[in-house]
Design a protein around this ligand. Structure first.
Ligand SMILES: Cc1cc2nc3c(=O)[nH]c(=O)nc-3n(C[C@H](O)[C@H](O)[C@H](O)COP(=O)(O)OP(=O)(O)OC[C@H]3O[C@@H](n4cnc5c(N)ncnc54)[C@H](O)[C@@H]3O)c2cc1C
Length: 387
């Protein structure tokens, strides 16, 4: 089988790239599972613009107007807006719809096909496993959209992401259509990240992520459920997964491009990968289209992709990682102090204007309003504000 493009991974980034490229090129998608969207490894919280970028029509499970945060020491701060700030999506359905769009555009999906390796010989010779048998496919361009543990990225010589956080969540049979997500930070709730209780309409999703060095998150989730007095509710489902943070190195090579989690395109503050991954899929399609037309898929001909996606989302990802490093250095006591500093009507008003896809935009005006925050990491804060 000789193809123009082989995409590894029928998740959102891979399906979106395939949909855009299949209009003009012969595209194959290799997906190891039997369908797109399973198993679910996502909370499904995205900005409303993600649906537009994805080109998918889907009724959200819930629409959120704000968040209430609980800090160590128990201080709670609520921020909300009259504008919808986020929607909760059914992630399995979202992925299936993205795959269907790609199929409609002409991409051919090979489910149950596990990518194994490739050899670059001016075109890619790709090996995959299906039903215990090894098969071969050839493609001018390989797109690595195979998620956080990307084999394609590892083979392309990419260093691992700077860190991973581990997540675990349960869906509980408790109907809740309120419009605020409940977020908890601190070493008891979720060391190195945060815990959430998300109203999803017919059910409630409770989960958290923790930094890698804190080990498996199960006992933190048990403690969090107990804190919420939900420990005796039998879950409907349980999901777990890993989120790569801090970005990867190069996202292109001879005959290969990386996108989505495979490329480290994840917002470091929230762990959200759908917005940056889908934005970058569009940049990938433009770069790939140019290279295929010139019939030059060597690394030098593909490097414009990296520049293009970094222009779209790179600054936010870099600043977001600076914010994360500041957050990681803060003790519970620091967080309690910081929460006291920002618990003011004018600051809440500023926070209300925030955008979940660009949280670091708030840093400069916030520091002007509350210069005392500078004490938590002057060097990192000024690096972020100066960039
Ligand atoms: C607990 C948790 C909560 C999250 N919550 C949110 C959230 O609320 N909002 C948000 O925006 N993001 C969230 N994320 C992140 C989000 O899920 C990812 O960023 C997103 O799934 C990345 O999409 P992708 O297409 O790059 O990769 P994936 O969705 O991981 O898709 C990769 C695909 O590649 C396939 N694959 C892997 N290896 C191979 C192989 N060798 N051969 C063939 N196929 C292969 C996989 O089966 C998979 O289908 C969360 C993640 C976790 C773990």
């Amino acid at each position: 089988m000789a193809r123009d493009v082989a995409v590894v991974g029928g998740g959102p980034a891979g399906s979106r790239a395939a949909a855009l490229l299949a209009k003009d090129w012969d595209v194959a998608v290799l997906e190891e599972h039997a369908v797109s969207g399973q198993p679910v490894q996502c909370t499904g919280l995205v900005s409303p613009r993600v649906m537009e970028i994805a080109g998918v029509r889907q009724t959200p499970l819930n629409v959120l107007h704000g968040a209430e945060m609980e800090f160590p020491g128990g201080r709670r701060i609520a921020v909300s807006s009259s504008e919808p700030k986020a929607v909760v999506i059914d992630r399995a359905d979202f992925d299936r719809r993205l795959a269907a769009e790609a199929m409609d555009a002409g991409a051919e999906f090979f489910y149950g096909h596990r990518y194994l390796s490739r050899r670059w010989e001016g075109r890619n010779r790709i090996h995959y496993r299906q039903d215990g048998e090894v098969g071969e496919m050839s493609a001018r361009l390989l797109v690595g959209a195979d998620g956080q543990g990307s084999k394609v990225a590892a083979e392309a010589g990419d260093p691992r992401p700077r860190e991973w956080v581990r997540g675990l969540q349960v869906d509980l049979p408790i109907a809740d259509d309120s419009d605020m997500v409940d977020i908890h930070v601190g070493s008891e709730a979720a060391p190195g990240f945060f815990a959430w209780k998300l109203p999803c309409g017919d059910f409630t999703r409770v989960g958290l992520c923790v930094s890698w060095e804190h080990g498996p998150p199960a006992h933190y989730l048990r403690a969090f459920l107990k804190k919420l007095s939900l420990q005796d509710v039998e879950p409907l489902t349980k999901h777990c997964g890993k989120i790569p943070l801090g970005g990867r190195g190069r996202t292109y090579g001879d005959g290969v491009l990386l996108v989505g989690d495979a490329a480290g395109q994840v917002k470091p503050v929230s762990g959200g990968g759908l917005f940056p991954g889908l934005k970058s899929a569009r940049c990938l399609a433009a770069a790939a289209d140019g290279a295929l037309r010139e019939d030059r898929c060597d690394a030098a001909s593909l490097k414009g992709y990296e520049k293009a996606w970094r222009k779209e989302v790179g600054k936010e990802l870099a600043n977001g990682y600076r914010l994360r490093r500041i957050f990681l250095r803060m003790s519970d006591e620091d967080m309690a102090k910081a929460s006291a500093m920002v618990d003011r009507p004018d600051v809440r008003q500023l926070l209300n204007s925030g955008d979940i896809d660009r949280p670091s935009d708030l840093a400069p005006p916030l520091l002007r309003m509350v210069p005392g925050l500078l004490r938590f990491s002057p060097r990192l804060v000024s690096a972020m504000v100066m960039k």
